[in-house]
Structure formats: structure tokens, C-alpha cells
Design a protein around this ligand. Structure first.
Ligand code: ZN
Length: 209
């Protein structure tokens, strides 16, 4: 008899009855005795892949809920579907493409249909936090290599140019922030990281400008 481990995630609606929208198998494998330490649990690459699959599935369901705007906020009439727009989303350990419904109205109103337009950034704040932590204490090239090791692969979003842009952007925000809340020089890297994690500051940015 073969033993199979099935790892599944459930997505449920936020109601008291906990309606299950989807159960999906993420990973399965034949259960066998580990013959060496490497076979115990998962490899680094396998862990990253599982996280990617779980994230992809959650995003798929979440993006369907993004501000549907079936009623025009400008004139109150019913809006029209106008295709979907695909945005890149950069999560902590994986990159995704998300589709957001475009809507418009006869009055001229159109919805926000990009992640930058909706949230100010296509980068998860925790990814920016990592880039700041590695980029503040290392050369940008070395920070790129450290993130490559952490992710088990190179991601264009973690290249040294992008890391330098993140540091520059967050640094400029701290420059403005500093006057009211002095930042300790010796903790500069960590202060950047903490600020990067605050959605308020991220939402103030437009990373493409
Ligand atoms: Zn309208």
C-alpha cells in the first residue's frame, strides 16, 4: 500500500458559515522513510515553490474582489465591463501576474485597474523591507547575490539596480520623516526597513516615476 501525503489549502468566504470556495492540492508525494537528512521535509527550492503556489492561488481569488465598482461613484449609473488588465505583482519570494477587471461609465469615469493605481506599488512591503535590510548593509551587487541565495534563483526584481532604487526611494522618504522623528544613524538600515513595511509610506509612492 502506498501512502500519499496531500497538502491542501482552503480558501473560504469570510462568513460565519465558513463557505469553502476552493480546496486545492498544492503538493503530494509518496511517503517513505528518509534515508538521509536532505530527504527529511523539503528542500529549499521545494519550499519556495510551495509558497509560490499557495500565494498564486490566494491572489487569484483576492483580485476578483478588488473594488468591483458596478455602480459609478461619479454619476450613480451602472458601469460597463471593459476587459481586464494584467499587472505584475512582486511578492516576498515569488512574482505573479494579476488580472484586474476594467470598468468604465458612459459619463467618462474609469476605474483604477493597475496595482500601482490601486495600492501605489506592485511590490509587497515585505519584499521592500528585505531589499532595504540587505541593501543597507551591503553593496547593491552583494545584496542582489544574497537575495538570489534566499530565493534559490535570480529574480529581475531583486537586481542591484532595483535594490538601489528602493534604497534611494525609501531614503528620500526618511529624509522628510527625519525632521519630526529623528533616525539614529547606527540603526539607519533597520529604520529604513521598518518604514518600508508601513503601507502608508508605500502607498505614497509611484515606483514607475
Ligand atoms: Zn458615471
Amino acid at each position: 500500500m502506498t501512502n500519499i501525503i496531500i497538502f491542501a489549502i482552503s480558501i473560504s468566504a469570510g462568513t460565519e458559515d465558513e463557505i469553502i470556495i476552493e480546496r486545492k492540492e498544492v503538493s503530494s508525494c509518496e511517503l517513505s522513510e528518509p534515508l538521509n537528512i536532505e530527504e527529511l521535509g523539503y528542500t529549499h527550492v521545494a519550499q519556495i515553490e510551495i509558497l509560490k503556489d499557495i500565494t498564486e492561488n490566494k491572489i487569484h481569488h483576492q483580485t476578483k474582489l478588488i473594488r468591483s465598482n458596478t455602480i459609478c461613484p461619479s454619476c450613480g449609473k451602472t458601469t460597463n465591463k471593459h476587459g481586464t488588465f494584467t499587472s505584475n505583482f512582486h511578492s516576498v519570494f515569488s512574482d505573479h501576474k494579476v488580472q484586474i477587471q476594467r470598468r468604465n461609465c458612459n459619463c467618462g469615469w474609469t476605474n483604477k485597474f493597475t496595482l500601482e493605481g490601486l495600492f501605489g506599488s506592485a511590490f509587497h512591503p515585505d519584499l521592500l523591507k528585505l531589499q532595504c535590510e540587505f541593501g543597507s548593509d551591503n553593496s547593491f551587487k552583494r545584496a542582489e547575490n544574497l537575495l538570489k541565495a534566499l530565493n534559490t534563483r535570480h529574480r529581475p526584481v531583486n537586481n542591484h539596480v532595483r535594490i538601489s532604487k528602493t534604497i534611494e526611494k525609501i531614503g528620500s522618504i526618511i529624509g522628510e520623516f527625519k525632521t519630526e522623528n529623528p533616525v539614529q544613524t547606527e540603526n539607519y538600515g533597520m529604520e529604513i526597513a521598518k518604514i518600508a513595511k508601513k503601507n502608508f509610506y508605500i502607498s505614497e509612492m509611484n515606483w514607475e516615476k
